[in-house]
Design a binder for this molecule. Structure first.
Ligand SMILES: *[C@@H]1O[C@H](CO)[C@@H](O)[C@H](O)[C@H]1NC(C)=O
Ligand SMILES: *[C@@H]1O[C@H](CO)[C@@H](O)[C@H](O)[C@H]1NC(C)=O
Length: 433
């Protein structure tokens, strides 16, 4: 900054003083003497204000002329001094403005350090009723180096770069069998079991089920193993990330799901996450205004709240986009940091809580699946099986998520919907006892 101030001043002086060097030296000496002796007893730079320095510079000249002999050189120097002083004032103003800008930049430093992605080009808004915000993010560029072995498997298994994926170990062998038997019956070719142990990998291979056995040496798996249960539920989201990075859309599926139609014929594919709901009717599934009543508030006793039953983290379609991958990272990160958290609660909190002071919310687009087509077991056992119209409809999948007796209910669903046994669902209670 000093350089900036001094530079023009020196340039200016040399430009105009082309006369004899002795004269210059004398003139400068005289001038400085006059200035210091008569006008700046308290120091030349006592005042920083450009507004003050200007008139002082002018008054300089009149005083300077009296003790010093007038000559053309001195006059030249006087006018030169005025112009230099003016330049100085301008420079000081410039410096003050720059300082202000610097301070502003300091204030914004925190924000500037956070990368902000602005999507797309600016557009003019269209006429009333025709504008639509973007909800469909672009797919990431596929990166095969993330997991070349999985990339090879997916090349063979996926159809149009999408597939059903489940995680399984030996504990859920019977359910996995019902799971893949119905997938095969419906004729879905693009599905894959991620085997968490050797036995389930062998079981899948024996049954001609596409299987991907994790390499126990792979970093995140060993972390999961040493980290206990919660790290294992984080593992699901960590593994899913690799599928997305490889450029595939994944329909993540628990094993307690019966496939009755091919779900890929019923997806919208317009959102980062498209998920089945735990809701059981239009309001609980798709959202409603839940009015909270506080009579003591009198006139303002009603407070309106936004409510919705959570998304089911055991069945969702996730596209390979940056918001999707951010979601997986955030969920996996929290599951490994918060030992008592439940993955479905975390999944929903990350998806739905907006940004607020101290928190940057995720900006992922979401779509709730039709709760009759992608049906949970509460809808089936509380409503559908008792309704003569609804019970005639064929869902796409049924998830036995609301009941602990999963295997017998899965088998009953197959009896009812596949084998046409009308009373197959009758013996079960609505809920669990
Ligand atoms: C639920 O919503 C669907 C369409 O969104 C509509 O056709 C149906 O009538 C609604 N049902 C009830 C009970 O409101
Ligand atoms: C079933 O559908 C018929 C015809 O649309 C209707 O008249 C009847 O009320 C419905 N029954 C129930 C229980 O919703």
């Amino acid at each position: 900054m000093t350089g900036r101030r001094d530079g023009p001043l020196m340039r200016n002086t040399t430009q105009s003083l082309r006369g004899s060097r002795i004269v210059i030296a004398i003139a400068i000496g005289v001038l400085l003497g006059c200035v210091f002796a008569f006008l700046f007893p308290r120091g030349l730079f006592a005042s920083n204000s450009p507004i003050q320095s200007h008139p002082i510079a002018k008054s300089n000249i009149q005083v300077v002329s009296s003790p010093c002999e007038s000559s053309e050189h001195v006059n030249m120097l006087k006018s030169e001094f005025i112009s230099v002083s003016e330049k100085n004032a301008e420079l000081k103003k410039e410096i003050r403005e720059l300082t202000e800008k610097l301070q502003l930049a300091e204030q914004r430093k925190d924000d500037a350090q956070k990368p902000v992605l602005v999507l797309g080009e600016p557009h003019k808004a269209g006429v009333f009723g025709t504008v639509k915000g973007s909800r469909t993010s672009p797919s990431v560029i596929a990166d095969e180096t993330v997991n070349p072995r999985l990339a090879k498997i997916l090349e063979k298994v996926a159809v149009k770069r999408e597939l059903i994926v489940t995680l399984a170990n030996l504990n859920v062998k019977e359910m996995v069998e019902v799971w893949f038997t119905n997938i095969k019956r419906v004729g879905i070719p693009n599905y894959l079991v991620i085997a968490l142990d050797e036995e389930i990998a062998n079981f899948c291979q024996t049954n001609n089920v596409p299987v991907y056995k994790r390499d126990p040496e792979e970093g995140i798996d060993s972390i999961a193993r040493s980290g206990g249960n919660h790290a294992v539920s984080a593992l699901k989201f960590r593994i899913l990330r690799e599928f997305l990075q490889l450029g595939y859309s994944v329909l993540l599926s628990d094993v307690d799901i019966v496939y009755l139609q091919n779900p890929f014929g019923y997806l919208y594919r317009d959102s980062d996450v498209e998920s089945m709901t735990d809701g059981h009717d239009n309001t609980t599934a798709y959202g409603y205004d839940d009015v909270f009543d506080e009579p003591s508030m009198g006139w303002a006793r009603y407070a309106h709240t936004m409510r919705m039953w959570v998304y089911n983290s055991g069945f969702f379609y996730i596209r390979p986009t940056i918001p999707s991958i951010e979601l997986l990272d955030r969920v996996a990160g929290r599951l490994s940091r918060e030992p008592n958290s439940w993955d479905q609660a975390v999944f929903n909190e990350e998806l739905f809580f907006p940004s607020h002071p101290g928190y940057d919310g995720l900006h992922a687009s979401r779509r709730t699946m039709d709760f009759y087509l992608f049906m949970n077991s509460k809808v089936l056992f509380k409503t559908v099986r008792k309704d003569p119209n609804l019970s005639k409809l064929k869902p796409v999948i049924i998830h036995v998520n609301y009941h602990p007796d999963k295997l017998p209910r899965m088998e009953a669903i197959v009896e009812y919907y596949v084998n046409g046994k009308q009373d197959a669902l009758k013996s079960f209670p609505d809920g669990s006892n």
